[in-house]
Write a protein that binds this ligand. Structure first.
Ligand SMILES: O=C(O)CCC(=O)C(=O)O
Ligand SMILES: [Fe+2]
Length: 377
């Protein structure tokens, strides 16, 4: 929980001049009041709040409460359901998330577990304000407080993604990199990482700024038994240290100490029972028992497999007031920053992210006694 008085010395208000992660844009806080936005309340703020480390907590996936798999509380006969790809990604129209009962929200968790990425265009929840949005997400799990990056004053669970159309930051980022695409899983370093994640589009370009997702369970199924037998037993360290060190070095605000957590490389999805690869290019520092070059070899192979397999990917095109809910356990994702090119004209893109933290990742291997967390807060 947030502590009211910051424990740390006062930190500079400015965010780092070059984002560590292009998915988390830098906005000059001195200028942001002048930026035109339809949702000024959602412009990022950097308040010096300090958060203690996340403690273990009990988690039951709401999808496990669903008895009627046809989801009558979520999908009445008037709902229009269309799939983006055969194996993942669904668009649901004529349903307002704000109207869902508790049973409807449980069924939504099941739909997200099954389809991994679900888009709901034209949601009045977008205009219902931060309290309503947070309370909706609370059904799916505990909130997350991001250690760095822009949030909202009095609503620290919000993570704000805002680009005002300024191309300079992208140009600086691209001095070091060949693309803005940055595949990742959200907050994988926490002891209980995000399960369900909500992205809400406040403002976006007419064309471009899609978000792309890859299914880590479908990708796993493509591997041979010899490879999966090796992967199933691996333990991986996820760390927020590099991201936090980068923020500190560049004068950015930090709200939490770094955490290093060992997770299984392959985790079992609590709802579908599928084996999901739990990895990303951002936060992994080592694989237990492997040498550095071997860790790199495994990660390079798996990341390449995930990002090149378009047959288990989906690309979401944002329509106005869309809310996307996705499963952070069975997917990896990236924003696509393609809407700032000269040919298209610079455009603003403004999204909020709310996270529901889920279960401690369930390994395929038998856990040692000391790895099992018995104590919950
Ligand atoms: O902007 C997007 O489409 C995704 C943003 C994202 O992945 C993040 O902020 O974690
Ligand atoms: Fe993300």
């Amino acid at each position: 929980m947030p502590s009211s008085a910051p424990r740390r010395p006062k930190q500079p208000k400015k965010q780092e001049p070059i984002s560590y992660d292009i998915n988390i844009p830098y906005v000059d806080v001195d200028k942001q009041s002048k930026i035109s936005t339809k949702y000024p309340q959602y412009l990022p703020s950097w308040d010096p709040i300090w958060f203690e480390p996340l403690q273990p907590f009990e988690y039951e996936d709401p999808a496990l409460r669903v008895r009627n798999k046809s989801k009558p509380n979520l999908l009445p006969p008037t709902a229009k359901v269309s799939h983006i790809q055969p194996s993942l990604g669904t668009i649901v129209e004529n349903v307002q998330l704000s109207d869902l009962s508790a049973a409807g929200r449980d069924e939504l968790a099941l739909l997200i577990s099954e389809r991994k990425v679900v888009a709901f265009p034209d949601q009045d929840l977008i205009d219902a304000g931060p309290d309503a949005q947070e309370s909706f997400m609370r059904h799916f799990g505990k909130p997350n407080y991001q250690p760095v990056s822009g949030s909202m004053t009095d609503h620290p669970a919000f993570h704000i993604i805002h680009r005002d159309g300024n191309r300079d930051e992208i140009a600086r980022f691209l001095q070091q990199r060949t693309t803005t695409t940055l595949w990742h899983q959200d907050v994988s370093y926490e002891i209980q990482p995000p399960g369900y994640v909500m992205l809400g589009l406040l403002q976006g370009p007419e064309v471009g700024g899609d978000t792309v997702f890859a299914a880590t369970d479908l990708a796993y199924k493509r591997l041979s038994p010899a490879v999966t037998a090796f992967l199933d037993g691996l333990k991986v360290t996820h760390s927020s240290a590099k991201m936090i060190a980068h923020a500190r070095l560049t004068g950015g605000l930090v709200r939490k100490d770094p955490v290093d957590t060992v997770h299984p490389l392959i985790r079992v999805h609590p709802v579908t029972g599928e084996k999901c690869m739990f990895l990303n290019g951002e936060f992994i520092t080592r694989i237990d028992g492997l040498k550095d070059s071997e860790t790199k070899w495994v990660l390079d192979f798996l990341m390449n497999h995930l990002v090149t397999g378009h047959d288990f990917q989906v690309r979401v095109r944002w329509q106005p007031r869309t809310i996307v809910m996705f499963d952070n356990r069975s997917t990896i994702h990236s924003a696509i920053v393609d809407y700032l090119d000269d040919d298209y004209g610079a455009k603003a893109r403004h999204i909020f992210r709310l996270i529901a933290l889920g279960e401690k990742p369930i390994p395929v291997y038998e856990e040692d006694e000391d790895e099992k967390d018995e104590e919950f807060e």
